[in-house]
Write a protein that binds this ligand. Structure first.
Ligand code: FES
Length: 129
């Protein structure tokens, strides 16, 4: 390979390589920031078993809380709580989940997606990703 051809190749390779890296960073930067929801201590005291937020489910445990996405892992319908059977139920195709987020039956075939939550002195912060 001639020196001139090699330099052309190197130039095109560099443009492609650094362009690719730049696009990766743009994709990373364009991701929406996680949304944080805060429940105060008085909000938490009102929860008997479970709290249905707009986008999340918070389950009260003996020690702490479990938080899940409220989106069904099948096709994304918004999940509900069946207090009689103490199950989380999808209204669209009837998938059922335990209060620990474990899949029981239906077409979803996956457990509920856990989402991070932090217990703080003033209450609980749920981070929707
Ligand atoms: S969307 Fe929930 S079971 Fe289909």
């Amino acid at each position: 390979m001639k020196r001139r051809d090699f330099l052309k190749f190197l130039g095109f390779f560099s443009i492609g390589f650094f362009g690719f890296l730049g696009l990766q960073n743009l994709a990373y930067l364009s991701r929406p920031a996680p949304k944080k929801i805060f429940l105060s201590k008085s909000d938490l005291e009102k929860i008997k078993t479970l709290y249905l937020g707009e986008d999340f489910i918070l389950v009260k445990k003996e020690i702490g809380y479990l938080s899940f996405s409220r989106r069904c892992p099948h096709l994304g319908c918004k999940l509900n709580f069946d207090p009689e059977r103490e199950l989380i139920v999808c209204p669209c195709h009837q998938s059922k989940f335990t209060l620990q987020g474990k899949f029981l039956e239906g077409p979803a075939k996956k457990d509920l997606r856990k989402i991070p939550s932090k217990l703080k002195d003033e209450g609980l912060e749920v981070e929707l990703t």
